[in-house]
Design a binder for this molecule. Structure first.
Ligand code: UTP
Length: 290
């Protein structure tokens, strides 16, 4: 089925990145010169999705501002003759139609998605988490939309991770049914070390049927008072098939300090302005730290 809408939850508190995220939302922390959420918005736009539902929370108004028109800034750039920057700034506000919904309290990812119920309506929709940056020739969500065309139910992005890291992820147990596609039998959220049923980890891209909303409404909060998407997905898996899709691309966990630096270095090395300089610097640093 065709996917026309994407939900981007961005209402989390970003505690792993304190103190940087005390005032600045983690979604606006830059990877080289672009806020991480802009990479996500570009992925959505280039996949052909027309409408984005952004879930925001307190202190997150600046994310909406980033994608809004800034007449003052545009006038300033026109006056200074900076047509190049003007183009960059205008492209951001013209990217997609944005609807924003407030999650009044950060009650978990499942709850954040539930906030989009009315705007999404009765059609399958994509979910993209800002923490997972995926550098790919074909945008990850586009790859998933292409696979989803021939199915209903739900599709989650998966990636093989080192066995020693499975306790950090939601892990699936499944059977391979096609090239890169697994039928999911079970999902285990952050399994204890050595107890993961596989090394196939769920990554922050999903295509979900609207039925998930009714299910999330009934999911009980966990020990921390949060409504978890994984609990909703487990329930959904009783009714419809859930598939895992092993996407093609490099993924960075930009919500984590090390992943954030990795993303900055990787994107920096490819950046036309600073790529070469950065490469030289890294060489110098590695030889001086031997
Ligand atoms: P995370 O758990 O990675 O985000 O949620 P967080 O809570 O902001 O981060 P830490 O762990 O405290 O550092 C995954 C995604 O779900 C969103 C987050 O913004 C992030 O994109 N989220 C999470 C919400 O929108 N609302 C919530 O209540 C929780």
């Amino acid at each position: 089925m065709k996917v026309k809408k994407a939900v981007i939850p961005a209402a989390g508190l970003g505690t792993r990145f304190l103190p940087a995220t005390k005032v600045v939302p983690k979604e606006l922390l830059p990877i080289v010169d672009k806020p991480s959420i802009q990479y996500i918005m570009e992925e959505v736009a280039s996949a052909g999705i027309e409408e984005v539902i952004l879930i925001t929370g307190r202190e997150k108004g600046s994310i909406e501002d980033h994608f809004d028109t800034s007449i003052e800034l545009e006038n300033h750039l026109i006056k200074k003759g900076r047509r190049d920057l003007l183009k960059v700034v205008r492209e951001i506000s013209g990217m997609v139609t944005l609807v924003s919904v407030r999650q009044k309290e950060p009650l978990g990812l499942g709850h954040a998605i539930l906030c989009a119920k009315k705007v999404v309506g009765n059609e399958p929709f994509a979910v993209l988490l800002g923490d997972d940056l995926i550098d790919a020739k074909v945008p990850c969500i586009r790859q998933m939309m292409d696979v989803y065309q021939n199915m209903d139910g739900a599709l989650v992005a998966i990636q093989k991770v080192p066995r020693a890291e499975t306790h950090l992820y939601g892990i699936i147990k499944g059977k391979k049914v096609m090239d890169r596609v697994y039928s999911v039998d079970e999902m285990v959220e952050k399994p204890e070390r050595g107890k993961a049923p596989s090394n196939l980890a769920i990554i922050g891209r999903y295509i979900l049927p609207p039925r998930i909303f009714d299910i999330l409404e009934k999911v009980k909060p966990d020990r921390r008072g949060e409504i978890q998407l994984t609990d909703g997905l487990k329930e959904l898996n009783r009714e419809v098939s859930i598939y895992g899709y092993e996407f093609i691309g490099d993924r960075y966990d930009a919500g984590d300090k090390f992943g954030f630096l990795q993303a900055n270095l990787s994107f920096g090395l490819k950046h036309p302005e600073i790529g070469l300089k950065l490469k030289r610097l890294l060489k110098e640093l590695s030889s001086s730290h031997r």
